[in-house]
Write a protein of this length. Structure first.
Length: 474
């Protein structure tokens, strides 16, 4: 099923010099370096600073006047929804559950999953996302799983393939008080397709947990993931689904641990956030989706209070845009707005901000890496790490460039992403994805989209609101 693998400069030169940029390292010891060089050798960062004598066989990327950032990390996205982009623009969470789980999910074939994942992953890469956590709860058959994995691998980006449940005709059985265990096919993926943890694409279980399953099923699934030696990630505290107290249930069953990434946490009480912090667990938030759809108010400030620095996620392009620049802006504005409103209500006003632009850029980079245990390889620009980095070229929206962090967090768009490197390989250059057949990508996406909408009896562009069954209104 996969097409021609993108010819992403198959044989990278041994050394690359990113020369003279404004390097926002994200590393506390290195800070922001103006007019600095980044020397990359064998896919890893060798030097950040001045490189007076670069090796002879060295590719040079001129970065003067550009902002060099760690590659962005999207810690939660259902990439399979890329084909039905925008369909949930005006849907609540309950309408989304109905529309995805009962209408579109069951209609996906493996070729649709392949096309969706490919177009969605390239969309992310194009927007400077070098690591994508794909929460693939569309594993309707082993062929669906292979299709998603093939697409992720084809892009050359770093990805965590979150193997999830099917989204088939039994959606309610999978998601409402489920007694169905996670599909054992995940063991095949681990043994045959992702046997180790050193590749660019690693494996996690995109689990359901106590929000959707009985505790016996949760215990089974946790044992399965841990026997396979992979991390778990799960939705927890999404609107009224969080009323099941999922973290407290995990705590009581002795299932908490540092290998779990909780998503949203918007409707969890502070007590459960502290339980996550105490076990060394991680959190991914999707503030834009959470505000739109009814998950509860973004938990950013409450998480920080509990000692957790979250990663960020786009979550669903059915409801929001697919880049992390917008997500960073919403995250910052939502948290500042919350504190302003509280101060005004108390007859006071804020004297200073607790949450800064640098904090939020950290969420989208190093904290995102920490949320999936890969902070040793990516998330900041420091010697010894893999060279996952991006260059922002200032267009009229960023000129004159006075504050590189403010530019990245408050004003940049994917159009500013000029260059993208993953483990030293150039996957975007001069504002264009490298070696990608865009005509083929467009054809795959449109054909699959037309198939899906045809099967659903919905016309693209038409406003359509699914009738919500009681099961999706907890
Ligand atoms: Zn999600």
């Amino acid at each position: 099923m996969p097409g021609q693998p993108a010819s992403v400069s198959a044989q990278a030169p041994p050394h690359t010099l990113v020369r003279g940029g404004i390097v926002v390292t994200g590393d506390p010891a290195l800070g922001v370096r103006h007019g600095a060089d980044v020397l990359i050798s064998g896919g890893q960062i060798a030097t950040v600073g001045q490189v007076d004598m670069p090796p002879g066989d060295c590719r040079v990327i001129e970065a003067a006047g550009a902002v060099v950032l760690p590659g962005l990390i999207d810690t939660h996205r259902h990439t399979w929804q890329s084909l039905i982009r925008g369909i949930a623009a005006d849907w609540t969470l309950a309408q989304y559950m109905q529309g995805m789980r009962e209408v579109f999910g069951p209609l996906y074939g493996p070729d649709d999953v392949y096309a969706a994942t490919l177009v969605g992953a390239y969309e992310a890469l194009d927007a400077g996302i070098t690591t994508l956590v794909d929460f693939a709860h569309i594993m309707n058959s082993p062929e669906h799983a292979d299709a998603a994995l093939d697409a992720l691998r084809e892009t050359g980006m770093r990805a965590v393939f979150g193997h999830g449940t099917p989204m088939d005709q039994r959606s309610k059985d999978w998601y409402v008080g489920s007694t169905l265990p996670h599909d054992e096919d995940i063991a095949r993926i681990r043994e045959q397709r992702i046997p180790g943890d050193g590749g660019l694409v690693t494996l996690a279980m995109a689990a359901r947990g106590p929000q959707h399953c009985g505790i016996a099923v949760t215990e089974h699934d946790w044992r399965l993931a841990r026997d396979l030696g992979i991390r778990l990630t799960l939705h927890a505290g999404s609107g009224r689904w969080g009323l099941t107290k999922p973290v407290r249930q995990l705590h009581a069953a002795g299932l908490l641990g540092p290998d779990i990434t909780f998503v949203h946490c918007t409707s969890l009480p502070d007590e459960e956030l502290v339980m996550i912090a105490d076990c060394g667990g991680a959190v991914s938030i999707a503030p834009e989706v959470e505000l739109h759809m009814g998950h509860g108010y973004p938990a950013t400030g409450r998480l920080l209070q509990a000692g957790i620095r979250p990663g960020l996620g786009v979550d669903v392009v059915t409801g929001v845009g697919g880049d992390l620049f917008g997500c960073m802006r919403v995250c910052l504005a939502a948290e500042r707005g919350r504190l302003h409103a509280a101060a005004l209500d108390a007859g006071s006003q804020l004297e200073r901000f607790e949450l800064t632009t640098a904090d939020v850029l950290g969420f989208a980079t190093l904290d995102g890496a920490r949320a999936f245990g890969i902070e040793g390889v990516t998330g900041s620009l420091a010697p010894g790490k893999d060279a996952d980095l991006i260059l922002l070229r200032p267009g009229s929206n960023l000129l004159p460039l006075n504050n590189p962090v403010a530019a990245a967090v408050l004003a940049a768009t994917p159009a500013n992403v000029d260059t993208v490197l993953v483990r030293g390989r150039v996957l975007k250059a001069g504002g264009e994805l490298v070696g990608v057949d865009l005509a083929r990508l467009r054809r795959l996406a449109v054909q699959a989209r037309d198939r899906l909408f045809g099967r659903a009896g919905v016309r693209p562009g038409e406003s359509w609101y699914p009738e919500v069954a009681a099961a999706w209104r907890p």
